[in-house]
Each structure stands twice: as structure tokens, then as C-alpha cells.
Design a protein around this ligand. Sequence first.
Ligand SMILES: Cc1cc2nc3c(=O)[nH]c(=O)nc-3n(C[C@H](O)[C@H](O)[C@H](O)COP(=O)(O)OP(=O)(O)OC[C@H]3O[C@@H](n4cnc5c(N)ncnc54)[C@H](O)[C@@H]3O)c2cc1C
Length: 426
Amino acid sequence: MVKKYKPGIVVIGGGQAGIHAIEEIRKSDGKIRIYLIDHDKHLFYFRAALKYFVKKQIELPNLNARMDNFIKKSNVTFFQDEVKNIDRDHQFVYTENSLEIPYTKLLIATGGIPFIPPSLRKDVDGIFPMHSLEDTLNICEKADSGIYKKIVILGAGVLGTELAESLIERGVSVSILTRGYVLVPKMLDTKSSAIVVKKYQKLGMDIQFNESISEIHTDESGQLTAITNSKNEKIECDCLCVCTGIRRNIQLAQECNLETDNGIKVNQFLQTSDPNIFAAGDVVEYYIPELKTHKLIDLWGPAGKMGKIAGNNMTRDHITYNLGTFHAYTIFAGLNCHVIGEFNPKNPSEYEILETEYLVRDQVCLFRLILQDNLIKGVFSLGEARHPMILEKIITLKKQIPSNITKSMLLERGFDFERILYYQEH
Ligand SMILES: Cc1cc2nc3c(=O)[nH]c(=O)nc-3n(C[C@H](O)[C@H](O)[C@H](O)COP(=O)(O)OP(=O)(O)OC[C@H]3O[C@@H](n4cnc5c(N)ncnc54)[C@H](O)[C@@H]3O)c2cc1C
């Protein structure tokens, strides 16, 4: 007989968005019934910190530090299970293990799923994406035991590039193959990519641009032994890690006829086309009223912020979600890289671009400001961080550059950007 549950708030997905939503719901209501359903073998871990685990900079327990107490403290009924179906008419979710949970409000926070090009969807040992803690544990265990001596990474986005660097630090030989001509095209351009490439090559990373995989080689047991690239060169390897992006995990939403495009469409309150169903995190395409368009984003910070706002809006007043000023940050082989605001404008001729290239302890650094109408609109910095948080605030608050500050001063290494942030007209 199927067990009967009382209606409550149901959260599908215990990642960054889902957990933040629950925390927010609990802030206002200690009693409301909450069900959390997630099918990952490991519950809520810092996905964005997996690279530090590969680099051996953090230990496994620190990856899911919050979770052990979270379920108890938040008084959440948790099921390790996969939601298979949402019945909007009767407000129920149905799971793989035959649970039937009625919801008053539902949050879909199912994140993304790694995209694997069809030509690589083969039953071969040693080909997998890098997405979960399980993938990470698998790759580290085999690297440490010497099963994976050489790894090929397909895709030079931020994920592939950071993984390549981390694996090299773990002592594995790595080749990275990309169709494009730059590393991390969402952050770097030709010039900055060349600086990062040089740094990585010094570490021993083999980087192949304008490349793809034309053939997969296996032994009799089905274990990967090599790949052939498009120049017909054979690269012996034990593992091919596919880092070619994610697709939004929208199947559940599509099947129950919620409005979707590449993600689940939500309004400013993170409400889907069904007012009782909210969505947050990587899975959504959120609405930007000023641009009258929907946008996808897959970053750790925004997923948490969306989760909080969805949690609030499911139980309390209606707060609007606003991404704020875009700001992404990473470190490429010791080189800090910040991209803020309109750091790479589509129509550069409409902006004034100031740039300085300089050496710090023999390392080439780049600093670029994108200006328009006496405002700083975007920032790119590589090599050293130059007041990124202050610059983010200046962009957000649309602070005019005072007339006593020249453009060359803005590029000086020691320039104090607080002079713009706190400038008062007399
Ligand atoms: C390896 C890696 C490194 C990253 N590094 C960075 C970084 O350095 N900086 C940064 O800003 N961002 C980074 N990101 C992106 C960031 O991790 C995501 O933006 C963030 O995790 C999104 O959170 P989410 O809660 O929306 O989704 P997720 O974290 O993907 O969580 C979704 C959860 O839903 C569960 N789920 C899905 N479908 C179902 C179902 N049907 N039933 C039950 N459960 C389900 C999944 O098991 C999963 O636990 C990285 C991503 C990856 C994969």
C-alpha cells in the first residue's frame, strides 16, 4: 500500500538553489512541512569547490560540511529518490521509488545535466563527464591508483580548463582539446588566453585548439585506450573527460507542460507559468524586464540567491530576483581573473576601452576598463585583482567618473577606486 503523506512544500533538488530555498523558508516558518527529494548519491556538496578537492586543497568532509546537520536542524523530510512526474492538476509529485507526495507549493531546482556530444555517447569505460562529486571521486581514485596516467579533456570552458589544471597538480598528464581558438571563451579573449596558455604550458599541459575527436579506441574489454584527433594524430589515454557544457534539466517541467525554452521560464519572482510552482538555479531562464528577454545563467552565487528568493516568495511576500552586476572570478594557474559587467561588449565601437599590460614579478598582467558616457561599464583583469568588489559597486551604482580623475590615472596600478565610489559633488 502506498504511504500517504500530508501536503507540504516540496523541493526537487538539494543543490545550491534548493538548500538556500529551504533555509529561507525556515527563517519565517519553523513548522511548515518541507519535503526535499534528491537522487544524487551525495547530498549537497560544494559543486563549485570540486576542483579544490582534485587539487588536494580541501578534504572530502569540507565539501559537504553543512549537510549532516542541515536536514535535522531544518526539520526537513528528505528522500534520496528521483522525481519522475509532476501532476499539476492534483498537486502531487511521483518518484522512482513510488512515493506520492502532495504539494502546496513546489520548487524545481534540478540544475543542469552535462551535455555529451552524440558521437561520444558510447558504452566505453573511461569516457564520462565531470559534473558530480561521484565523477570527481572516480577520477581522483583512478588517478591516484595509477589507472589513469593520461587524461584527455574535451572542452576548454572554465570547467574543462580548471579540471585540466587540477589534474596536473594531482600528478596526471593531461591534454585538453577544444574546437575554439581560445581558452575559456566566456571570460578570455585571444590576448588574455595567450597569457594563460603560456602559464599552463609551463605546467606541462598539452593544449590543442581547433580540434575535435574523430575516433575512439578501446581494448577488448571496452576500456578506452586512445583517441584520434581531427589531424589524425593518435593520443594514448586512459580517460576522456567530456566538459562540453550543460543542458538545463527541464524534462520534468516539459512533461507537465510548464513553459520552457532552454530552461524553465520564470517571471521576476521566480514563478513558473504555474503560480504554485517555482524554479531556481541553473534550471531556469529568468526574465529581465529591462531587456524584455529571458536569460540563462549557471553560476554558484546566483543559484543560491535565486533559491533564497524563491523560498521567500513561496511562503511570504514577493521579492523580485535581480542578477545584479555580472561578476565571475577564477584563478588560472595562480593568475587571478575577474570579469565584471559589460567586460566584453558586443559593439565595442560604442565604448571607450582603456587597457594596460604590465609585469608583476615577470608575469604579464592585463587590466581593462570599458567606459561609456563617463561611466565604468565593465572590467577585465588578469594576473592581479585590482579592487574588484569596489569596481563592481561602481558599476552597479552607476558612479560617474569625477572630472579631476583622468583616464591615465584609472589605469595606474595603485589607483584608489574608492575615489570614484565615494565622490560627492559639491
Ligand atoms: C564541476 C563543476 C564546477 C563548477 N564550478 C563553479 C565555479 O567555480 N564557480 C561558479 O560560480 N559556478 C561553478 N559551477 C556551477 C555551479 O556549481 C552551479 O551553478 C550550481 O551548482 C547550480 O546549483 P543548482 O542548485 O541550480 O543545481 P545543482 O547544483 O546541479 O543541483 C541540482 C540537484 O537536483 C538534483 N536532481 C535533478 N533532477 C532530479 C530529479 N528528477 N529528482 C530528484 N533530484 C533531482 C540533482 O541530483 C542535484 O543534486 C560548477 C559546476 C560544476 C558541475
